[in-house]
Design a protein. Structure first.
Length: 115
């Protein structure tokens, strides 16, 4: 199982970024996917999750109405569209899946929200 994450960077408050996580090494279309983030000095937290077919989605309260998770099973990719970004969204963002009870993580992509 491998992930290649991209799309992070430096953005001003109120701006937008779109993260991508390209997966390989497993049957992407049958597994739920999620995005987590970890800010300096804090524990890693769930940001959003999406079921295998995209029929159910959940968000952390802190990002509801601003972030959108989606997936394209033809491209083995999960996305996180982040709008109205705030300085408190600054963190390393990771995609994750669980295959046969084992959690697999991407390498992380840094998102910094600052003026």
């Amino acid at each position: 199982v491998q992930f290649v994450e991209s799309g992070g960077g430096l953005v001003q408050p109120g701006g937008s970024l779109r993260l991508s996580c390209a997966a390989s090494g497993f049957t992407f279309s049958i597994y739920d996917m999620s995005w987590y983030r970890q800010a300096p000095g804090k524990e890693r937290e769930l940001v959003a999750g999406i079921t295998s077919a995209g029929s159910r989605i959940n968000y952390a309260d802190s990002v509801k109405g601003r972030f959108t998770i989606s997936r394209d099973n033809t491209k083995n990719t999960v996305y996180l569209q982040m709008n109205s970004l705030k300085p408190e969204d600054t963190a390393v963002y990771y995609c994750r899946t669980t295959v046969y009870y084992h959690n697999y993580w991407g390498q992380g992509t840094q998102v910094t929200v600052s003026s």
